[in-house]
Design a protein around this ligand. Sequence first.
Ligand code: MN
Length: 463
Amino acid sequence: MAKLYFLTGSQSLYGEDALRQAAEHGREIARYLDSQMGEAARIEALPIVASSEDITAACRKASCDDDCVGVIAWMHTFSPAKMWIKGLQCLSKPLLHLHTQYNEKLPYDSIDMDFMNLNQSAHGDREYAFILSRLGIRHHTAVGYYKDADTVAEVRRFAETAKAVDYSRKLRVAMLGGNMREVAVTDGDRVESQIRYGWEVNYYGVGDLAAIASGVGKDEAEAKLAEYGRLYDIKTEDIEAVRTQAAYEIALRRFLSEGGFGAFTDTFQDLHGLEQLPGLAVQRLMAEGVGFAAEGDYKTAALSAVLWKLAEGRKGATGFMEDYTYDFARGLVLGAHMLEVSPAFAAERPRVEVHPLGIGGKRPPARLVFDGVTGSGVAVCMTDMGDRFRLICAEIELVGQPEATPRLPVARLMWKPRPDFKTGIKAWLEAGGGHHTVVSTALASGDIELFAKLTGTELVLIK
Ligand code: MN
């Protein structure tokens, strides 16, 4: 399980007794926070650091430990910050500066200089915060008594976000085919996104997938079909089309697992060797957290995998979405895609249907069709502005479909942008926000803000 190291900073001037106490207090705070993290992460206290050598060793340990996704630092006493320079310069994990105290209240009756010497994070954390600023170390600061629910929630959000950043740094993305011809917003600088987010994005011929699909055995495909029958209402006579998607699903799982890919793209413009655009097959993978975006949109594919990881363990759904069309009269967006909407968004038992695609010239693909969930959430997109990436995050309210859409052959969501339709849409357009997004009912804008902060990404927040 992901792990965070908890560092308590001090110095040797205070003597052995004070250091022992400071170390014990640090361990106690770390134990308490650990008990509040649930499945998000473990928090483990490292021995108190009181010298440049201690600090450098602790930062190196955190940076080299593969299970460690982040570091929490707290200066119970004063820890002269020149001692931190070398260590912070080699720290490669996300950092939370926890500005807390061991005591919530002051012991007015008994407070003396011994108490002041031991309990002085108001003093020591300022020294520490200065050097973080001076060095330009990316970090987040949480202020509050460590047992307060909102402090715990902030530490937990940091743990989840640090885990997502760690996942991002290890993410491999396969592009089956390239970016859709002539499309601008889905394209991007893959060297820069690897430098900033760690994504290893590489191109593969879709024929590689077609070859694996043609090798899928009859029995395997039949077993997969039977699974579909248990999970969904099969609303088509064209079982052969569904069987083809079953073979695609099996083939995609093999392809992804062999390459160690956590996300992928495809494009309807390059389906050589495939009869259909993968629909149902892709939808089922998306629901398991495999990142996906269509038309070669590698940024949204990677982002959907990373945000799914951020939301892991929370209630709600996260996945690829596309702004499609409006109900201007009601101020609603209808989001969908040609096929690929994650069934994690399904508000009802999905139906398997087969319909022609209208573009691409291939055979009608099988897909899952359903009405979407309701509730508050976010729509997030990443654009490449040439010299930097920009995240755009809109708060949205997913609503039920106001009227039935019996002829719409794709899964869909409907939502109201915040603060209102016109303001929200205008801000999105003026920020250069694209049509492909990651929609999540599990994440709030605060999660995206923290992710942007920890990755040094420009953020436009619409709320
Ligand atoms: Mn699209």
